[in-house]
Design a protein around this ligand. Structure first.
Ligand code: 13P
Length: 340
């Protein structure tokens, strides 16, 4: 039986989720840029330092691992699953097999990984995973995204979510509208609303219980090559408007991806949403938190860069990002926190 409390636990208080589920290829790419050897052992050492950061559980409720990582052990011999359990952090697992070219639709992808998923989910539950993640990727460009791409990805997300709930895992449903491009805030808002509506249509069609899932969307931001950049307040207003239009109130929580925003922008935008939410007469129906990858890890990985001597400062950098984002959930994040 699926435990509804897991979904609420993941978004409780001022905590958020740490995404460290990069594929081997993505992790290697980030390692290469910093001159770190691209080996299984280096990837293990890096994830070891992240999950053993002292007091990580104060700001982090769950960690999303990948298939390689969930089977690894920390330096003291404990499995990563045990380390996280001891820290009071729920274990999540990325179960998609990545975004692949969508036939007949140049420039667009569909996320694969449904074949054999039922058995894999049962194995992950057995190991100790209590929630899962599947990421769909939607690109904005001239004439994109197409309806075919949106619907194919929404369908796969819904089938994944239904299988997770059958296996007793809380699905994190992640339809990411990429920041890449020259589009403005409004276009991102329009596309994100369309994608979320299509996703919930499919979730409902497949009988997914909305109370037993979390949504992991992008924030509504201008494209990374857009000429106009926007204030945190305008990003917050556009994001909340989109979510209120498209996300049913039964969903316990929304945990944003960071998507390539700077660490400060990700915290400041989340903070601005909570400031705005407090100024409204009606409360938001769902918890609003973070499930960042890069925006939690970037300072830590750069400081570490593979050097054992930098392990502790790297852990401190991760904890600092967790503190900043927890503060943002309380509408208490300030730029001054970046200097402390
Ligand atoms: P970013 O926060 O780096 O976008 O990563 C989140 C994630 O889980 C991507 O699937």
């Amino acid at each position: 039986m699926i435990d509804t409390r897991i979904a609420y636990q993941l978004v409780a208080g001022d905590k958020g989720v740490l995404a460290i589920d990069e594929s081997i290829a993505t992790c290697n790419r980030r390692f290469a840029a910093l001159g770190i050897a691209q080996t299984v052992e280096e990837r293990r050492r890096y994830r070891d330092l992240l999950i053993t950061a002292p007091g990580l559980g104060q700001g982090i409720s769950g960690a999303i691992l990948s298939d390689e990582t969930i089977h690894q052990r920390a330096a003291d011999g404990k499995t990563f699953v045990q380390v996280l359990g001891d820290a009071g952090i729920l274990v999540g697992i990325k179960v998609d097999a990545g975004a692949h070219d969508l036939a007949g639709h140049p420039g667009e992808t569909v996320t694969e990984g449904l074949d054999g998923l039922r058995d894999r989910l049962a194995d992950y539950f057995q190991i100790g995973a209590r929630f899962a993640k599947w990421r769909a990727v939607i690109r904005i460009d001239a004439g994109l995204p197409t309806r075919a791409c949106i619907d194919a990805n929404a369908h796969a997300l819904a089938r994944y979510a239904a299988l997770c709930q059958e296996a007793g895992l809380i699905p994190i449903v992640e339809p990411e509208v990429l920041m890449d491009g020259t589009h403005g805030l409004e276009r991102c808002g329009d596309v994100t609303t369309q994608v979320l509506r299509a996703t919930f249509d499919q979730l409902i069609l497949q009988g997914v219980s909305l109370e037993r899932m979390l949504l992991k969307p992008n924030m509504v931001v201008p494209g990374s090559d857009s000429k106009t950049q926007e204030s945190n307040e305008r990003v917050a207003a556009a994001t909340l408007r989109c979510l209120l239009e498209a996300v049913p109130a039964a969903v316990p929580g929304i945990a944003f991806l960071s998507g390539g925003q700077s660490v400060q922008a990700a915290s400041a935008n989340l903070n601005a949403m909570h400031v705005l939410a407090r100024s409204r007469e009606s409360r938001l129906p769902w918890a609003l938190t973070f499930s960042f990858g890069r925006a939690l890890q970037e300072p830590a990985i750069s400081i570490w860069a593979g050097r054992e001597s930098q392990r502790v400062p790297a852990q401190q950098a991760l904890l600092q990002r967790a503190r900043c984002n927890s503060a943002a959930r309380r509408a208490e994040y300030t730029a001054a926190m970046e200097r402390s």
